[in-house]
Design a protein around this ligand. Sequence first.
Ligand SMILES: [Zn+2]
Length: 208
Amino acid sequence: MATTTRAFIALTLSIWALADRPMGARDNARLRIVLNLEDFASLVSPTLNDAATEVRQVFTHAGIHVVWVYGTRRANAPSDGQPHVSVQILSHDMVERKSVGEGIPSRVLGTAAREICRVSIFYDRIAALENPVSEGAGRGVLLGRVIAHEIGHVLLPPESHSDAGIMRGTFNLRPQIVPLFTEEQAETIRSTLSERHPCVGPPGRYSN
Ligand SMILES: [Zn+2]
């Protein structure tokens, strides 16, 4: 059953990947990022669908095309020239172990490891938030905002919190419109991806 569910989700995400097109970003139409999703929390597909849509909206407004791929990237996979970020949605036990091992406060909803291009998402904590935007923004939407925020930490320089938008240091539950990267942040991400981002890896990095 689990295999079937995951296969369905993978298919759904693949369809999105085909249907997704960056809007209002003609000059940056070739900028894209591949998100390798690993769902250790075994989420239901509507939650993942909503999260994927939210992430896509945030990055589309920044002129970046998001491609979702279900499952981790093989360690020996050859470099495909695309920037990849691993998105791991952790189970309750994984969150507990990581929090204790790394001294992560209970208010933290996710972490980003820039050097290995990976974000870790603490879904249990997101689901436990009292959601004041019950009309419209469900758990999947909030999950997507946390994912987008943490990917922002991978793509932007360190200490990249801002007073507004998706990179606010304090997660804001209230906006019923999608919080976005500021224009300056979006420009930084676009220029970073236009160059050779470390998440692409050097040629041959993944080969023997
Ligand atoms: Zn942050």
